[in-house]
Design a protein around this ligand. Structure first.
Ligand code: NAD
Ligand code: UDP
Length: 315
């Protein structure tokens, strides 16, 4: 049994990770400032004897004794991370330094949740880990993209300078139950709009692509990366099946049985045109590939949002 710190543990992915670590017998310290996280995501764990919740912001130092750190703290939805861009940068830089310092003091292994956004609006397709990316350093997404790039650089430099045991995962678009219904990401928007009979908001012409990974597959890849000794990464984890936003909207309409129309809204600035992971490294090093097809993952996600709406029609 290890003591494991999960920052951002009350968020969408963090809460699924806490579940998996508790299931396998670890002691879990879930740390969150509740900027985008929700208590309901971890409510079922609060009475568990091996689970502890700490309300804290990683931008401020904290002293805990742990064996491993999963650093997931950072808003992930473009709407959320652009709401307070300076805070987003601080979380990925000052917060990252604090978490690396904590790991160094405890001689703990630390996994950092990076993102496909480090590739920006990519000119290499699909994206391999050795691609350096195409990021606008001054645009509205830069607080997130550049923050995550600095965070990767910090991890690598702590690894080189202090022999810190780091792991870097580059997460591609991931979805599933517990995504905040109002966080503005495409899957939560489309499903909530379909269930309410409102038009599905397609940004731009809807021909831009994303590759959607179900949360349980993602967490499986994340834990495999943490627990292997071969590489620090980075390793792409995502589902390489690519969809346009129009295709996604059609799948959501089919799964929900909704008659909602599609409407076009302006494309946000610097919105990447295409995104798809090359997962050769994940397959060969981790023996990982995603198992859940989009249609099946959408079924679980739609069921979750139906329940949310039943208990809170204003969700
Ligand atoms: P989320 O917004 O649901 O979760 C992020 C959590 O971090 C929230 O609970 C939030 O309250 C917490 N948080 C934010 N800033 C904090 C701070 N300064 N101190 C403490 N807690 C803080 O997002 P998610 O989808 O669960 O993403 C988790 C991680 O994975 C993020 O680092 C994100 O960048 C990364 N990621 C996610 C995706 C995806 O598609 N879900 C894709 C790429 C990368
Ligand atoms: N998008 C959309 N309608 C929405 C929300 C998002 O068409 O209501 C598009 C968005 O422009 C982007 C894609 O869906 O091209 C994925 O957006 P999301 O915010 O989920 O994540 P991103 O990959 O852009 O960080």
């Amino acid at each position: 049994m290890a003591t494991i710190l999960v920052t951002g543990g009350a968020g969408f992915l963090g809460s699924h990770l806490c579940d998996r670590l508790i299931e396998r017998g670890d002691e879990v310290i879930c740390l969150d400032n509740f900027f985008t996280g929700r208590k309901q995501n971890i409510a079922h764990l609060l009475q568990h004897p091996r689970f502890e919740l700490v309300r804290h912001d990683i931008v401020h130092p904290i002293f805990l004794e742990v064996d491993q750190v999963y650093n997931l703290a950072c808003p992930a939805s473009p709407e959320a991370y652009q709401e307070n861009p300076i805070k987003t940068i601080k979380t990925s830089t000052v917060g990252m330094v604090n978490m690396l310092g904590l790991a160094k003091r405890c001689h703990a292994r630390i996994l950092h949740a990076s993102t496909s956004e480090v590739y920006g609006d990519p000119q290499v397709h699909p994206q391999t880990e050795d691609y350096w990316g195409h990021v606008n350093p001054l645009g509205p997404r830069s607080c997130y993209d550049e923050g995550k790039r600095v965070a990767e650089s910090l991890c690598m430099n702590y690894h080189i300078a202090h022999k810190l045991d780091v792991r870097i995962i580059r997460i591609f678009n991931t979805y599933g139950p517990r995504m905040d219904p109002r966080d503005g990401r495409v899957i939560s928007n489309f499903i909530m709009q379909a269930l309410r009979g409102e038009p599905l908001t397609i940004y731009g012409d809807g021909k831009q692509t994303r590759s959607f990974c179900f949360c349980h597959d993602l967490i499986d890849g994340m834990i495999r990366l943490m627990d292997q000794n071969e590489t620090v990464g980075p390793i792409n984890i995502g589902n390489p099946v690519e969809n346009t936003m129009i295709e996604l909207a059609e799948k959501v309409l089919k799964e929900t049985g909704s008659k909602s129309k599609l409407i076009n809204l302006p494309l946000p600035k610097d919105d990447p045109k295409q995104r798809c992971p090359d997962i050769t490294r994940a397959k060969t090093v981790l023996g990982w590939s995603p198992k859940v097809p989009l249609e099946e993952g959408l079924k679980h996600t739609v069921a979750y949002y139906r329940e949310q709406l039943k208990s809170n029609p204003k969700a």
